[in-house]
Each structure stands twice: as C-alpha cells, then as structure tokens.
Unconditional design. Structure first.
Length: 118
C-alpha cells in the first residue's frame, strides 16, 4: 500500500487546513485509515481514524470538535479537515493504514508539515 499525504502548510492560529491522503496498491477486506502527528522533540501521537467501510470515526481528545476525518471511497482518499488551529497543532502529520481486525499500523505515508503561527 502506498500512501501520499498532502495539504500541509503555514497558517495563522484560528485558521483552517485540509489534509489529504491518497491510498493505492493492496487493499484489505476491511481497514482503518488514520492520521498521526509528531511535533519537534515529541513522540508521535494519534490524531484521528476512520473505519473505511462503516465510516465510524475516532479522535484524540485534543482535536475533538476542531478536526474532522472523512473519506472518499471513489478516490481512495482520506481527509483531515482542521479548523480552529492552534500553535500546539504544529507537527508533521502522517497518514497510516491498518487492517480492521488489527491494532498494528502497517503502512505509513511520508508526512506533511503543518505550521500554525501565533
């Protein structure tokens, strides 16, 4: 599976960005796509995930109410709409895929940098 993330950039606090992650290659019977982020000097953390078939979504507490994950099945693409951005959201954002019955994230995209200025 190849994952291509895009959409990062520089935005002022309170602004919005939409990240995209296009998937190609092998597909699973059921799978979950997610977003993670890693800020400088910090560990990678979970941001959001979506069950590809059923559409159930999951969010980290830090982004609930501000970020929305969605998918376009026809385009094999997952999106992360980020609103009300804060400087602490600054990080490299990665998309990832795991099988529906697994807890291991098997495939990772290259990451896209989001910088939020105060």
């Amino acid at each position: 599976v190849q994952l291509q993330a895009s959409g990062g950039g520089l935005v002022q606090a309170g602004g919005s960005l939409r990240l995209s992650c296009a998937a190609s290659g092998r597909t699973f019977t059921s799978y979950v796509m997610g977003w993670f982020r890693q800020a400088p000097g910090k560990e990678r953390e979970f941001v959001a995930a979506i069950n590809w078939s059923g559409g159930s979504t999951y969010y980290a507490d830090s982004v609930k109410g501000r970020f929305t994950i969605s998918r376009d099945k026809a385009k094999n693409t997952v999106y992360l709409q980020m609103n009300s951005l804060k400087p602490e959201d600054t990080a490299v954002y990665h998309c990832a895929v795991r099988g529906g019955g697994s807890t291991t994230w098997l495939y990772w995209g290259q990451g896209t940098l989001v910088t939020v200025s105060s």
